[in-house]
Write a new protein. Structure first.
Length: 406
């Protein structure tokens, strides 16, 4: 199933988006609704809240006095943490039980107001953030909910900042305008990205690609996008020994195809085969079960350059996942090439010129294979000796975060 984490700040309009997704066919798991359920009268959750906050936190009818509790926890952050420690584990348990009933091909949306604050983003295939400017959210709270400006600002300050939520987002839905505008955005997202992604996941197949070698200008957001994908990969299996952002999108200032390249480190090719299913379930199905990189000096044995090749099932974020044995020649080359380009402006400029030249030569291609193959002589004859000289002179070593689970 496709798992989506939906979040947004207070008064961002998250409920509107979640309701529309449910109308379109999503299975909705609402954390707010579950948080109310787990403190109903007679529940262990309510007993825990009373034990922490006292009998006065219950009204005359035996129900939780939410207004009183809210005034306490929004004024005292440590008390809010105590409440979260009671509520959140129970909500997650209830959500997990609901999730277990979903079927392959379902699109499951978990509406979690504090998704960013609780660090749950890597548990989902996508994080969808509903966004509206802070002033608009204050206006909604004061006009629609009867809050004072001070109360509205206090509620916002108790949550992650807008910048923090946007940094966690794979998809941002702008809800600063009319209802029909945001509804149209959600409908387009559903048909164009979520439904195809869910189908690809159910079939364990990568998203199809038919475009040739089109270079994009350097995008400063590529590393952040890669970081979110890497976090999901690292969660996929304990046999993932680490994962790195490699390739052109990992080098600041370098034009590149808008495809994120990632390297997954494993102990052996057998381990690579064992984690194939887990990577597929995380959103990265296997494309080639027995792939290899082009051998480069000094190790020209093709067997040493074997790997497994996965790709993203998400049509909205093309990504290649190279699963390589830790310490193998291909593993080392990918990291050294990246770091060499990062450290040497002349090398970056030389490679950028080559990419532009070959992209123009293969502009009419429907695939990128010929473009990639045309670069290989340069990698072997030009880049490899220069990289090795730089590594020896600089004392370069593969980064330590590549050899341990992050």
């Amino acid at each position: 199933m496709l798992k989506i984490g939906l979040t947004g700040g207070i008064a961002s309009g998250k409920s509107l988006v979640s309701a529309r997704l449910r109308e379109l066919g999503a299975v909705l798991i609402d954390a707010d609704a579950l948080a109310r359920e787990v403190v109903e009268p007679g529940t262990p959750g309510l007993a825990g809240v009373v034990a922490e906050f006292g009998e006065d936190i219950v009204d005359a009818g035996g129900r939780l006095d939410r207004a009183r509790l809210g005034a306490i926890v929004f004024a005292e952050p440590d008390r809010r943490e105590a409440l979260n420690a009671i509520i959140h584990p129970r909500v997650r348990e209830r959500a997990a039980a609901m999730l277990a009933t979903a079927k392959p091909g379902d699109i499951v949306v978990q509406d979690i107001p504090l998704l960013v604050e609780t660090g749950q983003g890597s548990s989902f295939h996508l994080v969808l953030v509903v966004d509206a400017p802070d002033q608009e959210r204050i206006r909604r709270m004061t006009e629609n909910r009867g809050m004072t400006v001070e109360d509205a600002v206090s509620r916002m300050a108790a949550q992650a900042s807008r910048d923090e939520r946007l940094a966690a987002a794979d998809i941002v839905v702008d809800n600063s305008g009319r209802v029909e505008d945001v509804t149209a955005l959600v409908d387009t997202l559903w048909e164009g990205r979520l439904v195809p992604f869910a189908r690809n996941l159910a079939a364990y197949r990568p998203a199809p690609r038919t475009s040739g070698p089109v270079l994009s200008p350097p995008n400063p957001d590529w590393p952040a996008q890669a970081g979110r994908l890497l976090a999901r990969i690292r969660r996929a299996s304990p046999e993932v020994l680490g994962a790195d952002h490699i390739g052109s999108t990992s080098v600041p200032g370098l034009p590149a195809k808008d495809v994120i390249d990632l390297q997954v480190n494993v102990s052996s090719l057998d381990a690579a085969d064992r984690i194939a299913r887990a990577l597929g379930e995380a959103g990265f199905p296997l494309r080639e079960a027995s792939a290899r990189d082009t051998p480069k000096p000094p190790d020209l044995d093709p067997s040493a350059w074997q790997k497994r090749f996965h790709c993203n099932a998400d049509p909205g974020r093309p990504a290649n996942v190279h699963v390589r044995v830790l310490g193998s020649p291909g593993w080392r080359y990918a990291l050294l090439f990246r770091d060499w380009l990062r450290a040497n402006p002349d090398a970056l400029r030389m490679y950028a010129e080559l990419k532009h030249e070959l992209a123009a030569l293969h502009a009419g291609d429907r695939r990128t294979l010929a473009y990639a193959e045309a670069k290989e002589p340069w990698f072997t004859d030009v880049a490899s000796p220069l990289m090795d000289d730089w590594a020896r002179n600089s004392g370069w070593q593969p980064p330590s975060y590549s050899v341990a689970q992050a």
